[in-house]
Design a protein around this ligand. Sequence first.
Ligand code: NAI
Ligand code: UGA
Length: 438
Amino acid sequence: MNLAVIGTGYVGLVSGTCFAETGNQVICVDNNATKVARLQNGEMPIYEPGLEVIFNRNTKQGRLTFTTDLESAVKSAEVIFLALPTPPGEDGSADLSYVLGVAEQLGKIIDSYKVIVDKSTVPVGTAEKVHAAIAKNAKVEFDVVSNPEFLREGVAVEDFLKPDRVVIGTSSDRAREVMQRLYEPFVRQGNPIIFMDERSAEMTKYAANSYLAMRISFMNEVANLCEKVGANVDHVRRGIGSDKRIGNRFLFPGVGYGGSCFPKDVQALHKTAKEYNYDFRIIDSVMKVNHDQRFILSKKIKEYFNNNLKDKKIAIWGLAFKPNTDDIREAPALYIIEELVAAGATVTAFDPEAMDNVRQVMGDKVALTFGHYDALHGADALAIITEWSLFRTPDFNKMAQLMKSKVIFDGRNLYGVETLAEAGWYYNSIGRPIVMPN
Ligand SMILES: NC(=O)C1=CN([C@@H]2O[C@H](COP(=O)(O)OP(=O)(O)OC[C@H]3O[C@@H](n4cnc5c(N)ncnc54)[C@H](O)[C@@H]3O)[C@@H](O)[C@H]2O)C=CC1
Ligand SMILES: O=C(O)[C@H]1O[C@H](OP(=O)(O)OP(=O)(O)OC[C@H]2O[C@@H](n3ccc(=O)[nH]c3=O)[C@H](O)[C@@H]2O)[C@H](O)[C@@H](O)[C@@H]1O
């Protein structure tokens, strides 16, 4: 099939590449000319494991191309994916200006039947708005389909090629047949394509992200209470997760959820509920808990140093909002660093992939180091914020030699409390007993 993907961000790049990998002819369009030039040159603008290999294969074989020319890309395509940003507007609702702006242009361009697919995360009722925006100018038949994307950064290729399910919202039989044909190769493992109406598909995306965010906030509250009652959240997590009705994924407490999606989508669902005069109380709490959890580690650090971080050097391991990505959008590390610096600390930090992005937004507020051990020289404490595998089995003796004091604040519970107790560290993690040095 001939496909056009509009927007070469995370979702556009991953979906365009994976559609090419399954034999489709894909042209990706972006209005950022610099980005398109880099892509045409074979440069991958994001760090995503496994993506570059299939990107290279499909660009070399000519199945995946890039352009800034919307008109030519769209004319030859049977299906047009909108993978455009939907950032939070000032009031927290999703800003649809990118999606509707392109939809208006499409109406002027299309000259034969097209299936136009909302891949972006968009609030209930957007498929109708997109339809109206295209219909203003269109002289040919077209259908608008809602096909929300559930991929996770860091494992995006696998999530896209082997999805748990594909959700398609459409009321048109013609569009349904096209979408079924397109997704057939992805669901051969027996996972379903779930067809539904457009509004239900749009709602499914927000419900999925908000439910997952709720699980995280719930576990963060359980962890905070564990600290007060003297329980260990690791045991509690395993204890509840082995109940099949609960399941053991997405139960890890930490420094709050971040990234470009959970914070904005939870907020947008809250806003939608408000618009319909529905008081979605759980969502309200999920947001409040997450806000406070972002400051849990900096609060612990400040308390440990009696609220005086002047002359203290804090080392940070992990800046990306989660491992295996260079994405720092809404990354908890940024909030924590701001807090520490505001309290007078000097901060040194290391991340395997996200340092270029951090340099751009934080400038010289934080000293970035070449390796993770380099960040520890003379540090009064280490704070772990992202659970990269690199940090999981460090040389604690070497760390002790480099640091001024053997003090770790672990926002991701990477180490066993017993191990750190034996090695004589002060170790303060999330929802587990604090280890005091002998
Ligand atoms: N990042 C993720 O992991 C996931 C994102 N989503 C949703 O997918 C949508 C896109 O997200 P990302 O890929 O992260 O966005 P992004 O912000 O990384 O990329 C969007 C791209 O669209 C381009 N663009 C903007 N206006 C344009 C126009 N008029 N014409 C052509 N290109 C234009 C930008 O230059 C940029 O390259 C959002 O609604 C997001 O919520 C859904 C699932 C996963
Ligand atoms: O709509 C989206 O963009 C995507 O949002 C999330 O994917 P992503 O943001 O890439 O990352 P997640 O793995 O979900 O992690 C999000 C945040 O939650 C945190 N998290 C996750 C799991 C957990 O148990 N505990 C926890 O604190 C992570 O550290 C991270 O900050 C969803 O998992 C995807 O299904 C969805 O497509």
